[in-house]
Ligand binder design. Structure first.
Ligand code: ADP
Length: 272
Protein backbone atom coordinates (compact mmCIF):
# COMPACT_ATOMS: atom_id res chain seq x y z
CA UNK A 1 0.00 0.00 0.00
CA UNK A 2 1.33 3.46 -0.93
CA UNK A 3 2.51 5.61 1.92
CA UNK A 4 -0.11 8.03 3.22
CA UNK A 5 -3.05 6.22 1.68
CA UNK A 6 -5.64 5.28 4.34
CA UNK A 7 -6.08 1.57 4.96
CA UNK A 8 -9.53 0.40 3.93
CA UNK A 9 -10.54 -2.83 5.58
CA UNK A 10 -12.63 -5.46 3.87
CA UNK A 11 -15.35 -4.69 6.37
CA UNK A 12 -15.33 -0.98 5.39
CA UNK A 13 -15.58 -1.97 1.74
CA UNK A 14 -18.54 -4.24 2.42
CA UNK A 15 -20.23 -1.49 4.38
CA UNK A 16 -19.81 1.09 1.66
CA UNK A 17 -21.00 -1.47 -0.90
CA UNK A 18 -24.09 -2.27 1.16
CA UNK A 19 -25.01 1.35 1.84
CA UNK A 20 -23.47 2.77 -1.34
CA UNK A 21 -26.62 3.18 -3.42
CA UNK A 22 -28.55 4.98 -0.70
CA UNK A 23 -28.95 8.71 -1.32
CA UNK A 24 -30.00 9.82 2.16
CA UNK A 25 -29.80 8.25 5.61
CA UNK A 26 -32.10 9.61 8.34
CA UNK A 27 -31.49 8.50 11.92
CA UNK A 28 -34.37 8.55 14.40
CA UNK A 29 -33.41 8.92 18.06
CA UNK A 30 -35.02 9.58 21.42
CA UNK A 31 -33.67 10.31 24.86
CA UNK A 32 -35.58 7.41 26.39
CA UNK A 33 -37.82 4.49 25.49
CA UNK A 34 -41.57 4.58 25.07
CA UNK A 35 -41.84 8.04 23.52
CA UNK A 36 -42.95 6.69 20.14
CA UNK A 37 -39.61 6.52 18.30
CA UNK A 38 -40.49 3.32 16.43
CA UNK A 39 -43.97 4.63 15.66
CA UNK A 40 -42.44 7.79 14.19
CA UNK A 41 -39.76 5.83 12.27
CA UNK A 42 -42.29 3.51 10.64
CA UNK A 43 -44.78 6.27 9.77
CA UNK A 44 -42.02 8.53 8.45
CA UNK A 45 -40.59 5.73 6.30
CA UNK A 46 -44.01 4.74 4.98
CA UNK A 47 -44.89 8.40 4.29
CA UNK A 48 -41.75 8.70 2.15
CA UNK A 49 -42.60 5.44 0.35
CA UNK A 50 -46.17 6.62 -0.23
CA UNK A 51 -44.78 9.77 -1.85
CA UNK A 52 -43.16 7.50 -4.43
CA UNK A 53 -39.66 7.63 -2.99
CA UNK A 54 -37.57 4.46 -2.82
CA UNK A 55 -37.36 3.93 0.91
CA UNK A 56 -36.00 1.45 3.42
CA UNK A 57 -36.30 1.19 7.17
CA UNK A 58 -33.58 -0.38 9.28
CA UNK A 59 -34.36 -1.40 12.84
CA UNK A 60 -31.23 -1.43 14.98
CA UNK A 61 -33.21 -1.11 18.20
CA UNK A 62 -31.64 -4.23 19.66
CA UNK A 63 -33.46 -3.81 22.94
CA UNK A 64 -36.89 -3.96 21.38
CA UNK A 65 -36.78 -4.53 17.62
CA UNK A 66 -40.48 -4.01 16.97
CA UNK A 67 -40.50 -2.59 13.44
CA UNK A 68 -41.52 -5.97 11.88
CA UNK A 69 -44.61 -5.97 14.13
CA UNK A 70 -45.57 -2.49 12.91
CA UNK A 71 -45.69 -3.86 9.34
CA UNK A 72 -47.14 -7.27 10.20
CA UNK A 73 -43.92 -8.96 9.09
CA UNK A 74 -43.13 -10.81 12.29
CA UNK A 75 -43.33 -14.24 10.73
CA UNK A 76 -41.35 -13.39 7.61
CA UNK A 77 -38.30 -15.42 6.76
CA UNK A 78 -35.13 -13.63 5.81
CA UNK A 79 -33.93 -14.48 2.30
CA UNK A 80 -30.25 -14.69 1.40
CA UNK A 81 -29.17 -13.98 -2.18
CA UNK A 82 -25.54 -13.84 -3.32
CA UNK A 83 -24.49 -14.05 0.33
CA UNK A 84 -26.49 -10.91 1.14
CA UNK A 85 -29.58 -10.48 3.29
CA UNK A 86 -32.57 -9.36 1.25
CA UNK A 87 -34.82 -6.83 3.03
CA UNK A 88 -38.42 -7.86 3.50
CA UNK A 89 -40.94 -5.90 1.42
CA UNK A 90 -43.81 -4.03 3.11
CA UNK A 91 -46.51 -2.03 1.28
CA UNK A 92 -45.58 0.72 -1.19
CA UNK A 93 -42.26 -1.00 -1.90
CA UNK A 94 -40.90 -0.14 1.56
CA UNK A 95 -37.90 -2.35 2.34
CA UNK A 96 -37.72 -3.50 5.96
CA UNK A 97 -34.71 -4.89 7.78
CA UNK A 98 -34.64 -5.67 11.46
CA UNK A 99 -32.40 -7.39 13.96
CA UNK A 100 -35.60 -9.20 14.94
CA UNK A 101 -35.49 -11.17 11.66
CA UNK A 102 -32.13 -12.60 12.71
CA UNK A 103 -32.81 -13.37 16.33
CA UNK A 104 -34.08 -16.75 17.41
CA UNK A 105 -35.00 -15.29 20.80
CA UNK A 106 -36.32 -11.78 20.68
CA UNK A 107 -34.56 -10.26 23.67
CA UNK A 108 -31.33 -12.25 23.58
CA UNK A 109 -28.99 -9.38 22.53
CA UNK A 110 -29.75 -7.36 25.65
CA UNK A 111 -27.58 -9.82 27.50
CA UNK A 112 -24.77 -9.67 24.91
CA UNK A 113 -21.57 -7.99 25.90
CA UNK A 114 -20.83 -4.69 24.18
CA UNK A 115 -18.30 -5.86 21.57
CA UNK A 116 -20.44 -8.86 20.57
CA UNK A 117 -23.44 -6.59 20.17
CA UNK A 118 -21.52 -4.12 18.03
CA UNK A 119 -20.05 -6.94 15.93
CA UNK A 120 -23.54 -8.27 15.27
CA UNK A 121 -24.85 -4.86 14.28
CA UNK A 122 -21.89 -4.16 12.03
CA UNK A 123 -22.29 -7.50 10.28
CA UNK A 124 -25.98 -6.81 9.91
CA UNK A 125 -25.24 -3.44 8.31
CA UNK A 126 -22.60 -4.89 5.98
CA UNK A 127 -24.59 -7.84 4.75
CA UNK A 128 -27.82 -6.21 3.61
CA UNK A 129 -28.60 -5.80 -0.09
CA UNK A 130 -30.55 -2.52 0.00
CA UNK A 131 -30.15 -1.78 -3.68
CA UNK A 132 -30.98 1.74 -4.85
CA UNK A 133 -32.77 3.84 -2.24
CA UNK A 134 -33.69 7.51 -1.98
CA UNK A 135 -34.08 7.31 1.80
CA UNK A 136 -33.08 4.92 4.54
CA UNK A 137 -34.72 5.55 7.92
CA UNK A 138 -32.78 4.07 10.85
CA UNK A 139 -34.67 3.31 14.06
CA UNK A 140 -32.07 3.54 16.82
CA UNK A 141 -32.27 2.05 20.30
CA UNK A 142 -33.54 4.58 22.86
CA UNK A 143 -31.03 6.77 24.65
CA UNK A 144 -28.05 8.88 23.79
CA UNK A 145 -25.37 7.11 25.79
CA UNK A 146 -22.25 5.20 24.81
CA UNK A 147 -24.13 2.37 23.13
CA UNK A 148 -25.97 4.77 20.82
CA UNK A 149 -22.70 6.51 19.98
CA UNK A 150 -21.06 3.17 19.09
CA UNK A 151 -23.98 2.14 16.88
CA UNK A 152 -24.21 5.47 15.09
CA UNK A 153 -20.50 5.34 14.33
CA UNK A 154 -21.15 2.14 12.40
CA UNK A 155 -23.51 3.97 10.04
CA UNK A 156 -21.54 6.03 7.58
CA UNK A 157 -22.89 9.05 5.72
CA UNK A 158 -25.95 9.81 7.79
CA UNK A 159 -27.55 13.07 6.64
CA UNK A 160 -29.11 13.93 9.95
CA UNK A 161 -31.15 12.93 12.95
CA UNK A 162 -34.80 13.28 13.84
CA UNK A 163 -35.37 13.60 17.60
CA UNK A 164 -38.61 12.24 19.04
CA UNK A 165 -39.76 13.72 22.32
CA UNK A 166 -42.95 14.02 24.37
CA UNK A 167 -44.41 17.06 26.11
CA UNK A 168 -43.36 16.04 29.61
CA UNK A 169 -40.47 17.94 31.11
CA UNK A 170 -38.31 14.85 31.74
CA UNK A 171 -38.50 13.97 28.09
CA UNK A 172 -37.59 17.54 27.25
CA UNK A 173 -34.45 17.16 29.27
CA UNK A 174 -33.81 14.12 27.09
CA UNK A 175 -34.19 16.17 23.94
CA UNK A 176 -31.53 18.54 25.25
CA UNK A 177 -29.30 15.49 25.73
CA UNK A 178 -29.91 14.63 22.09
CA UNK A 179 -28.49 17.99 21.12
CA UNK A 180 -25.31 17.23 23.04
CA UNK A 181 -25.33 13.80 21.35
CA UNK A 182 -25.53 15.42 17.92
CA UNK A 183 -22.39 17.38 18.68
CA UNK A 184 -20.64 14.22 19.93
CA UNK A 185 -21.39 12.12 16.86
CA UNK A 186 -21.08 15.09 14.46
CA UNK A 187 -24.40 14.45 12.75
CA UNK A 188 -26.77 17.40 12.48
CA UNK A 189 -30.28 17.37 13.86
CA UNK A 190 -32.88 17.63 11.10
CA UNK A 191 -35.53 18.54 13.64
CA UNK A 192 -37.59 17.67 16.70
CA UNK A 193 -40.99 15.93 16.72
CA UNK A 194 -43.27 16.29 19.71
CA UNK A 195 -45.17 13.03 19.97
CA UNK A 196 -48.16 12.32 22.23
CA UNK A 197 -48.93 16.01 22.11
CA UNK A 198 -52.56 16.49 23.15
CA UNK A 199 -55.28 13.87 22.90
CA UNK A 200 -57.70 13.34 20.03
CA UNK A 201 -61.00 11.99 21.35
CA UNK A 202 -61.98 8.96 19.27
CA UNK A 203 -65.67 9.85 19.70
CA UNK A 204 -65.90 13.55 18.98
CA UNK A 205 -62.53 14.06 17.25
CA UNK A 206 -61.81 17.03 19.50
CA UNK A 207 -58.31 17.68 20.76
CA UNK A 208 -57.52 18.25 24.43
CA UNK A 209 -54.12 19.03 25.92
CA UNK A 210 -53.84 16.53 28.75
CA UNK A 211 -50.15 17.23 29.31
CA UNK A 212 -48.37 20.50 28.85
CA UNK A 213 -47.87 20.71 25.10
CA UNK A 214 -45.60 22.89 23.05
CA UNK A 215 -42.44 22.04 25.00
CA UNK A 216 -40.83 20.36 22.00
CA UNK A 217 -41.44 23.46 19.93
CA UNK A 218 -40.14 25.70 22.71
CA UNK A 219 -37.00 23.59 23.11
CA UNK A 220 -36.48 23.60 19.36
CA UNK A 221 -36.70 27.37 19.29
CA UNK A 222 -34.38 27.76 22.26
CA UNK A 223 -31.83 25.46 20.66
CA UNK A 224 -32.26 26.96 17.20
CA UNK A 225 -33.43 23.67 15.75
CA UNK A 226 -36.23 23.05 13.30
CA UNK A 227 -39.55 21.97 14.83
CA UNK A 228 -40.90 19.28 12.53
CA UNK A 229 -44.37 18.96 14.03
CA UNK A 230 -46.54 17.47 16.73
CA UNK A 231 -48.38 14.18 16.72
CA UNK A 232 -51.33 13.87 19.08
CA UNK A 233 -52.13 10.86 21.24
CA UNK A 234 -54.54 9.13 18.94
CA UNK A 235 -55.91 5.70 19.88
CA UNK A 236 -55.96 4.81 16.18
CA UNK A 237 -52.14 4.95 16.21
CA UNK A 238 -51.94 2.07 18.68
CA UNK A 239 -54.57 0.06 16.81
CA UNK A 240 -52.90 0.63 13.45
CA UNK A 241 -49.43 -0.25 14.73
CA UNK A 242 -50.69 -3.38 16.44
CA UNK A 243 -52.53 -4.48 13.31
CA UNK A 244 -49.46 -4.02 11.12
CA UNK A 245 -50.49 -1.01 9.02
CA UNK A 246 -49.08 2.30 10.27
CA UNK A 247 -51.63 5.10 10.52
CA UNK A 248 -50.39 6.99 7.43
CA UNK A 249 -51.72 4.08 5.37
CA UNK A 250 -54.59 2.80 7.55
CA UNK A 251 -56.20 6.21 8.21
CA UNK A 252 -54.62 8.71 5.83
CA UNK A 253 -57.22 11.38 6.66
CA UNK A 254 -56.53 11.31 10.40
CA UNK A 255 -54.83 14.26 12.09
CA UNK A 256 -51.77 12.13 12.89
CA UNK A 257 -51.41 10.77 9.36
CA UNK A 258 -51.54 14.29 7.92
CA UNK A 259 -49.00 15.44 10.51
CA UNK A 260 -46.65 12.58 9.53
CA UNK A 261 -47.01 13.45 5.83
CA UNK A 262 -46.19 17.12 6.60
CA UNK A 263 -43.18 16.02 8.65
CA UNK A 264 -41.97 13.85 5.76
CA UNK A 265 -42.23 16.89 3.44
CA UNK A 266 -40.21 19.00 5.87
CA UNK A 267 -37.55 16.29 6.12
CA UNK A 268 -37.33 16.06 2.32
CA UNK A 269 -37.06 19.86 2.04
CA UNK A 270 -34.35 19.94 4.71
CA UNK A 271 -32.06 17.27 3.35
CA UNK A 272 -33.07 17.31 -0.30
P1 ADP B 1 -40.42 3.69 21.41
O1 ADP B 1 -39.96 3.19 20.08
O2 ADP B 1 -40.00 5.11 21.67
O3 ADP B 1 -40.12 2.80 22.55
P2 ADP B 1 -43.08 3.03 20.43
O4 ADP B 1 -43.11 3.66 19.08
O5 ADP B 1 -42.88 1.56 20.51
O6 ADP B 1 -42.01 3.79 21.36
O7 ADP B 1 -44.42 3.46 21.16
C1 ADP B 1 -44.73 3.02 22.47
C2 ADP B 1 -46.24 2.78 22.56
O8 ADP B 1 -46.92 4.02 22.44
C3 ADP B 1 -46.78 1.88 21.45
O9 ADP B 1 -47.81 1.09 21.97
C4 ADP B 1 -47.35 2.88 20.43
O10 ADP B 1 -48.42 2.34 19.66
C5 ADP B 1 -47.83 3.99 21.35
N1 ADP B 1 -47.82 5.32 20.70
C6 ADP B 1 -46.76 5.94 20.14
N2 ADP B 1 -47.11 7.14 19.69
C7 ADP B 1 -48.44 7.30 19.95
C8 ADP B 1 -49.41 8.34 19.72
N3 ADP B 1 -49.07 9.49 19.13
N4 ADP B 1 -50.70 8.11 20.11
C9 ADP B 1 -51.03 6.96 20.72
N5 ADP B 1 -50.18 5.96 20.98
C10 ADP B 1 -48.90 6.12 20.61
Amino acid sequence: MAKGRPMISESDLKLSESLGKIKHVIIVISGKGGVGKSTVSSNLALSLAMKGLRTGIMDVDIHGPNIPKMFNLENEQMLVEDEKLVPVMASNGLKVMSMAFLLPEKDAPVAWRGPVKMGAIRQFLEDVAWGELDYLVVDMPPGTGDEAISIIQLIPKADGMVVVTTPQDVALLDSRKSIVFSAQVKIPIIGIIENMSGFICPHCGERSDIFKTGGGERTAKEMDIQFLGRIPIEPAIVISSDSGTPIVASAPDSISAKAFMDIADKVIRTIG
